[in-house]
Design a protein around this ligand. Structure first.
Ligand SMILES: [Zn+2]
Length: 175
């Protein structure tokens, strides 16, 4: 059985895993409150279920990031809180050899992350990138969203044909 460790920060010491044979696995759950995605975008809650696997070049991190964040419905403009998830995988390479302490060459691929000289693997940047991907482009408040109709004053007034045409167009688009 693999023990799952709960983390409330983004830094994990992976010295033991780096010393383990290729194929060794460690699972980690990361839970963060009020996580900043950029200067003016934050998620209220982030939870990540992660699997760290020792591979020849370093550590492969795979898993799913779940975010809970305030949204504004793209159809009716209601504010609500939505939960979204996104899967990912990323490679982390050690910057020094865990046995000899000698420096290792830096990755040439800029999509590969680096584990620091104290064997600390920092998930902050990958979690930030995946959380941004998880954010919906057009959030919808729910299956009962009233849609654009709720934004049209007096939409029940059939006397205004121009409004009826506009309303029909909007309904067509949002179906
Ligand atoms: Zn809505």
């Amino acid at each position: 059985m693999i023990a799952t460790h709960l983390h409330n920060d983004t830094v994990i010491n992976v010295a033991q895993l780096l010393k383990a044979r290729v194929g060794a696995v460690r699972t980690v759950t990361v839970q963060l409150d009020d996580f900043a995605l950029d200067e003016d975008l934050r998620v209220r809650k982030l939870e990540a279920e992660l699997r760290l696997t020792r591979i020849a070049s370093g550590i492969l991190v795979t898993g799913e990031v779940k975010i809970t964040s305030p949204q504004v419905c793209a159809r009716c403009l209601t504010e609500f809180e939505g939960t979204y998830s996104e899967s990912f995988e990323a490679e982390f390479w050690p910057s020094i050899d865990v046995f000899t302490g000698l420096p290792l060459p830096a990755p040439t691929d800029d999509e590969i992350f680096v584990i620091d000289e104290n064997h600390q693997l920092d998930l902050r940047e990958i979690l930030r990138q995946v959380a941004i991907l998880a954010q919906p482009i057009k959030p919808v408040c729910g299956p009962d969203c009233p849609g654009f109709q709720s934004l049209l004053p007096g939409h029940e007034d059939v006397g205004d044909s121009r409004l009826a045409v506009l309303q029909a167009l909007l309904e067509e688009r949002t179906d």
